[in-house]
Design a protein around this ligand. Structure first.
Ligand code: UDP
Length: 244
């Protein structure tokens, strides 16, 4: 699959439609496939965290999640086709899965959030097969029971919402134990599905300003979000040096 490396993190050059097709293909193979959604923040995290970078190099699919990633690809003259936000990919996939016999498990977020997320998904797609869910605040001991529950319920697709990098590290650590076919980190998606967090309106997304909307909504995240201008600066510097 065609991919672009941004500061050591591979990003697959896929459209939303192609990404959904790839996920469908994963269901036909009897092994776990790990899906990540690198954005500028994640790529910057990986610069300081070799373990995280290594994991992102061993995933099966990395979709271009943020407008920062698409921006970088253009600056490097190796344009990605389009932005494929993790949330949108999850929703597109779930829409398709609701007409098929695909079993889904939701892991992560606060107890009331994951519960509300699963009931909202069920309301949206009554035929969707959500075989189980569990919140994301558990200890090592509970972890074994959760994995057993996921396997016992024969979940094929596991959406993990523990935030980055926790979710990818968790999936990677447990990849031999999990009997699912797809495990995908989806960040704050359950909060959005549960109606606890709002996604940026279309206009912000079209202009590549989802981060600005998020900063206005959750100003306490500014420290984490300072990764974005640092990323943009790093991209421009790399371009100037011809170092990409
Ligand atoms: N979360 C969790 N367990 C933890 C830490 C976080 O389940 O130990 C959840 C949190 O409740 C939220 C999600 O992980 O639903 C993280 O969302 P955030 O928006 O921070 O993730 P991002 O998309 O920025 O990685």
């Amino acid at each position: 699959m065609d991919k672009l490396y941004i500061f050591g993190v591979p990003i697959h050059r896929v459209t939303m439609i192609e990404a959904v097709e790839i996920l469908k293909g994963y269901l036909k193979e009897d092994r776990i496939h790990i899906v990540a959604t690198p954005n500028a923040e994640i790529i910057m995290m990986a610069q300081k965290d070799e373990e995280y970078k290594k994991i992102l190099n061993e995933t099966d699919l990395n979709v271009p999640d943020g407008s920062g990633v698409v921006f970088a690809s253009r600056v490097f003259n190796k344009p990605l086709k389009e932005r494929v936000a993790g949330f949108d990919l999850m929703m597109e996939f779930v829409k398709w899965a609701s007409h098929k016999d695909v079993s889904i498990y939701l892991l992560g977020a606060k107890p009331e959030v994951v519960e509300k997320a699963q009931s909202n998904l069920k309301n949206l797609y009554p035929s969707l097969k959500i075989v189980g869910f569990h919140h994301g605040y558990f200890n090592e001991k509970e972890e074994e029971n959760i994995i057993e529950d996921i396997n016992k319920r024969a979940a094929q697709v596991l959406f993990v919402a523990l935030g980055a990098p926790k979710q990818e590290k968790w999936i990677y650590k447990n990849k031999e134990k999990l009997k699912v076919k797809i495990a995908m980190g989806v960040g704050g998606s359950f909060d959005v599905i549960a109606g606890k967090a709002k996604r940026a309106p279309e206009i912000y997304r079209k202009l590549g300003l989802e981060w600005l909307y998020r900063l206005i909504q959750e100003p306490w995240r500014y420290k984490r979000m300072s990764a974005l201008p640092k990323f943009a600066f790093k991209v421009l510097l790399a371009r100037l040096k011809g170092d990409f």
